[in-house]
Design a protein around this ligand. Sequence first.
Ligand SMILES: [Zn+2]
Length: 323
Amino acid sequence: LRGLPVGRVVIGVDLGGTNVRTAVLNRDGEVLARHKEATNVAEGKEKVIARLVAFINGQREFASREGHSVAAVGVGSPGVILSEKGIVVKSPNFPDWNNLPLRQRLEEALDLPVVIENDANAAALGEQWLGAGRRIRTMILITLGTGVGGGIVLDRKLWSGTDGMAGEIGHMTLFPDGRQCSCGNRGCLEMYASARGIVMNYGEELEKDQVPQSDPRRNYTAVRIYDAARGGDARAASAMRRMGRHLGIGLASLINIFNPEMIVIGGGVKESWDLFIADTRDEVRKRAFAYPAERTDIVPAVLGDDAGMVGAAALALRKTGLA
Ligand SMILES: [Zn+2]
C-alpha cells in the first residue's frame, strides 16, 4: 500500500436542500456506513452547519470504533460554489447562505481537511468512480431534474474550472430569444430538457389546440405527462419527443467539444428514458461529427441519490492522496 496508513477512510457528504446524506467509504469505494437525516433548512445557517458537523462526527465515531481513522471529508452542495476557495457563493436551497466559507467553518469545527464541490460535479465523479462510468476515463454527467446540472470528468479528473464553476451544462444557450431562464439568460438547455421544460412543452401543445385553462391537464406535473404519453396522449408524447430533441442538440455540442467515451444521464427525468432517448440519439447523429457521435455511449446513471455522496468521498480521497 505504498506506505500509507492502513485503515484510513473518508467521509462523503451530500448536503441537499431536503436531506443530508453522509457515508464512510474506504479507498476501494466500499461504503462502510451510511446515514440520512433531514437538513431542516428553515432552522437557519448556524443550526444547519451545527447539525452537519454532528452528522460527520457521528460517522467519525463509528469509523473509530471499527478501527479506522478518517483522513478527510468531502462535501457536495447545491448552488454556486467556488470550490478552490471553499466558498458557497449562493444556493437556491439555502437562501441565507451568501459567500459562506463552508470549508473553513467545517475544517475549524472538525479539525480535518475538507473539500467542497458543487453537487452535480461531485455526482459526475461519483458515477465515474463507482457508477455507470467505471473503467471510463472521460465522461460527462448530465442530471435532468427540476433544473439541468452536469459535471465533466476528463481523464479521470473532475474538471471544476478555474474557480470551480465549470460543468453548468444546463445553461448552454439553445435559442437566442428562447424561454427566460432563472440564471438571467434566455433559451438555456435547462428550460427545455428539465422537468420544468417538459411541463412547458406540454402547456404549449395544449395551448396550440386551445384546450381550455380549466382542463386538469393544464396542471399536469412532469410525472403525469410521462404517464399520459405512455397511455397514448399524443400531445404528451410530442412534448417528450421535443424534450429529447433539445437534449440531443445540447449533447451533440458536448460530443463535438469533448469527444467523451460516455455521456451519463441522471436525475428524475431519467425515469422517462423510453419517451425521449430515440429523439436524443437522432439529434446527436444529425448534428455531431460522425465518429465521436457513434463512439459515445449515452447511458442512464446508476448511483441515484448516492452519486453526490460517493463523488464527494472520491474528492476527499484524492485530496489526501489516498486515491
Ligand atoms: Zn440558464
